[in-house]
Design a protein around this ligand. Structure first.
Ligand code: UD1
Length: 422
């Protein structure tokens, strides 16, 4: 399906949600896995990839590098055996923060690479100093000139790295780079996110020797060759979370079947405290909400297994219509309250204390309005606000939402929401 930059969403709020939907495959798992496919000496078959703009763009970047990519519905066959070009498409890289994930695999493959500072959401400064520092520890020469960063790995050697923050991207880059680097590389304070684990599982299936994924210490023993495999990335815990919060906001009942429900443990605890009835049995989660929502005192984001920053704005919207006051502490990014201005137009009561703290006081009802998305997750949260607001809401800049959600309107419409793309 194609997405258009000028698409908007029209939502008539007030409908309860009811039903069952399939949760899409994870964007944040699929993107680094697509990048790591470059390391295989055979063909990689990625199954059930999400039909979203970021994945489409990543496929375009790989194609421009010379990879042969065949897409059959949502499956991608990636053959990078004939890649000769080391030039990444700078315009495409600028549109997407995830282009930084190409650093590890392209550097392993070509020994030298030039990157532009990556683009993406406007949720914070998002520097790449941790990536650069980590590569330098492996004796990669890094030089910066204006907007360009040059990496030369001709003298690279395995080593020990301690990340100053458990950066997801830096962990994923080093893992990709080190799995073909002779010797033993150890990453201390590595990110523990499920998407990092999925990347490592994928690489191990290709023949890599990576140990400790999901813990704070990842060890990689370099191998000479990685082979092509068939793989299905994990489902998207942020989309699953979005669906649970949507039902909590609108009321109704949702049933989701997913193998990784426990990855949303923190969210589920908060939703239960706010008055949702939640039942988990094996791979099935059912959430109903038919009593008024109560605010939780505090929500604090953090690195996995803490509450994910990518769901923070959704809980902000939820608490806008709950009884009481909530303090939201955003500890991962420094500019993740971009939706506050839009929510205030809808009658929400939110005080921003500083870049990291906001206080939300619940109101009885949000009113519909003409809103603009400024980032991916914030955009999805505005959709949730529109679902509960009184009247007709129009959301512009839907292309931000399309970066991470497969036609969000179809998913919500199938649950009974009154929403359409115009
Ligand atoms: C990934 C996810 C994103 C999620 C984030 C945190 C993908 C495609 N994106 O982004 O959805 O919100 O993890 O869970 O997987 N930092 C530095 N220097 C660096 C790198 C990061 O200071 O070199 C800082 C960032 O500004 C941020 C924090 O570290 O404050 C975490 O960033 P990181 O974990 O690297 O996030 P991403 O990998 O970009």
């Amino acid at each position: 399906m194609s997405y258009k930059v000028r698409d908007r969403l029209k939502i008539i709020g007030g409908k309860k949600l009811k039903g069952e939907v399939k949760v899409q495959t994870s964007k944040n798992a699929t993107l680094p896995i697509m990048s790591a496919s470059l390391l295989a000496e055979g063909k990689v078959y990625l199954k059930d990839c999400p039909d979203i703009i970021d994945v489409q763009n990543m496929a375009k970047i790989l194609k421009k590098l010379g990879a042969n990519i065949v897409r059959t519905q949502d499956d991608y066959l990636i053959d990078s055996s004939n890649i000769k070009d080391v030039c990444l498409d700078y315009d495409l890289c600028k549109t997407m923060r995830s282009s930084i994930f190409l650093l590890g695999s392209t550097l392993a493959k070509f020994q030298s690479i030039c990157l532009t500072m990556p683009g993406g959401c406007k949720i914070g400064k998002r520097p790449i100093d941790i990536h650069i520092e980590a590569f330098r520890r492996l004796n990669v020469k890094v030089t910066q000139l204006d907007d360009f960063v040059f990496f030369n790995a001709s003298k690279a050697r395995a080593g020990k790295i301690r990340l100053k923050l458990p950066s997801v991207g830096a962990t994923e880059n080093i893992v990709q780079f080190a799995c073909k680097l002779k010797g033993k590389t150890i990453i201390y304070n590595s990110a523990r996110e499920p998407e990092v684990v999925d990347l490592c599982n994928f690489l191990n299936k290709m023949g890599a020797k990576i140990y400790g994924a999901g813990t704070k210490k990842i060890t990689i023993i370099g191998v000479e060759k990685l082979q092509g495999v068939e793989y299905k990335p994990i489902s998207d815990r942020i989309v699953l979370g979005t669906l649970l919060v949507a039902t909590a906001i609108c009321g109704g009942t949702i049933r989701l079947i997913d193998k990784n429900i426990n990855q949303n443990k923190k969210l589920i605890e908060i939703l239960a405290l706010m008055g949702c009835q939640i039942n988990i049995k094996n791979d099935i989660i059912t959430l109903s909400r038919d009593v008024p929502l109560k605010s939780v005192q505090k929500i604090c984001t953090g690195y996995y297994p803490n509450f994910p920053t990518d769901l923070q704005s959704m809980l902000m919207v939820l608490n806008c219509v709950a009884n009481g006051q909530t303090r939201i502490e955003e500890q991962v990014f420094e500019n993740r309250f971009l939706i506050v201005g839009e929510l205030k137009k809808m009658g929400a009561k939110i005080d921003i204390v500083n870049n990291h703290t906001a206080i939300v006081s619940g109101v009885r009802q949000l009113k519909a309005g003409k809103l603009k998305a400024y980032d991916l997750r914030g955009g999805a949260s505005l959709v949730l606000a529109g679902l509960v607001a009184k009247g007709e809401t129009i959301i512009e800049n839907v292309h931000y939402i399309d970066r991470g959600y497969c036609h969000i309107e179809n998913m919500l419409k199938s649950l009974g929401a009154d929403i359409e793309r115009i």
